[in-house]
Design a protein around this ligand. Structure first.
Ligand SMILES: Nc1ncnc2c1ncn2[C@@H]1O[C@H](COP(=O)(O)OP(=O)(O)OP(=O)(O)O)[C@@H](O)[C@H]1O
Ligand SMILES: [Mg+2]
Length: 383
């Protein structure tokens, strides 16, 4: 029986040794002693590379950035390879036990030959895959939403307001957000910051629509401004009736996750009439509007109402002196003190601070500044 086996081993060894030069392969059985430990190291390195890449992909996905397809493909191939290589690694000890004659022959030659060949192939596959896994970036940095960035001047002290509005946007329970405040307090400025933040911060909205409403806007005008953002801007469309436009707008918006920013409402806007779908948790739609009127503020049924406040004394002075400039402030020993009083009399209202500081930027005599203070004493600016 024993003799019979050794004859068989010899025969298989002979056949396989004979096969290698014909098919151009190395002797997989003889090399198993080196290739198996090398495979184990390569497997460890592939796992480490896969983990590192996944660590980059996970936070990108959390920020709603889409990983590149080539990176996803690399990761899924790596996963399959790791599983296959782990299996070979696990079978390794058994296969090594089969080797005899210093590792150059096997008790089960055909099986060892196939196994050795698999190990060598897997090693090559892993090495090739590792060298293809050097990606400079794993995900796109483009935000999801389509938004037209509006010109902006960095406002002073609006960061916390921006964050407050943004957290309402992220709150699924909040559909309509109202920003209320005095004329010139910074409502449009704040809304502009929000609009532009959509372009810089990943989010799950498809389109951001800006529409200036203003005092004498009727439904048709509001529809034209919204339509212009979603591809309805030709004269034919503009000539349609309010009802027809509402159907068109509704049809587009219903199929998108969108945010409508309505700036400067003077009266209630009937969303149905315009064609704006009612915000709900399911559609994720948001409407943010600004108004000076407390009445409108209530009538729009805002789920979240945010009052835009005047600047505090320090921030008001910061804005004022920035606009007047040091040259004027230092042009006479009395001017800085007088300027501080002028700034104070602006009541923290950004529009007043900006308009007056610009007007005073070329005034270099104390008399001119005293005159300004007298005029401000008689103004109706917030105290
Ligand atoms: N926080 C701020 N820092 C710097 N400048 C500001 C700030 N807020 C507003 N401004 C400036 O003040 C002026 C008025 O601001 P804005 O138009 O935003 O006011 P508003 O509240 O929209 O007024 P209205 O009710 O008339 O529409 C603008 O020139 C704007 O750049
Ligand atoms: Mg405004």
């Amino acid at each position: 029986m024993g003799n019979c086996c050794s004859v068989q081993i010899g025969l298989e060894n002979f056949i396989i040794r004979g096969l290698d030069p014909i098919v151009g392969h190395d002797n997989y059985v003889c090399k198993l002693k080196q290739t198996l430990p090398t495979l184990s190291v390569a497997l460890q390195e592939l796992r480490a590379l896969r983990n590192d890449m996944q660590r980059e992909v996970d936070p990108a996905e959390q920020r709603l950035l889409k990983p590149f397809e080539r990176v996803q493909l690399w990761l899924s191939k790596a996963e399959t390879m790791i599983t296959e290589a782990e299996k070979l690694n696990a079978d390794g000890p058994q296969q090594m036990n089969n080797l005899c004659l210093g590792g150059c022959a096997s008790k089960n030659c055909l099986s060892s030959y196939k196994f050795g060949k698999k190990v060598a192939k897997m090693l090559k596959k892993i090495n090739d895959h590792r060298s293809n896994g050097a990606f400079a970036k794993v995900a796109e940095s483009q935000p999801a939403a389509s938004v037209v960035v509006r010109p902006e001047e960095r406002p002073i002290s609006q960061e916390s307001m921006i964050e407050k509005v943004w957290s309402c946007i992220e709150d699924k329970d909040v559909g309509v957000i109202g920003l209320y405040g005095l004329g010139g307090v910074g409502k449009t400025t704040l809304l502009t910051q929000i609009n532009n933040k959509f372009s810089a911060t990943p989010n799950d909205c498809d389109v951001i629509i800006w529409a200036l409403v203003s005092k004498h806007s009727d439904v048709g005008k509001i529809q034209d401004r919204i339509g212009g953002n979603i591809g309805f801007s030709d004269a034919f469309w503009k000539s349609k009736s309010v009802d027809e436009k509402a159907v068109d707008i509704y049809g587009v918006l219903c199929n998108k996750r969108f945010v409508v920013l309505l700036d400067d409402l003077w009266e209630r806007v009937d969303l149905n009439q315009v064609g704006i779908p009612k915000p709900s948790q399911e559609n994720g739609f948001k409407l943010i509007f600004t108004t000076r009127s407390l009445e409108v503020y209530g009538e729009m049924e805002a789920r979240k109402k945010i009052k835009v406040e005047c600047l505090g004394p320090e921030k008001a002075w910061e804005l004022f002196q920035d606009k007047v400039g040091d040259e004027t402030l230092n042009s006479h020993p009395d001017i800085r003190k007088l300027a501080e009083e002028v700034a104070e009399r602006c009541g923290g209202l950004p529009l007043a601070l900006i308009t007056i500081s610009r007007g005073m930027a070329c005034k270099t005599t104390p008399g001119e500044w005293k005159y300004a203070i007298e005029k401000l004493k008689r103004s109706s600016l917030p105290k």
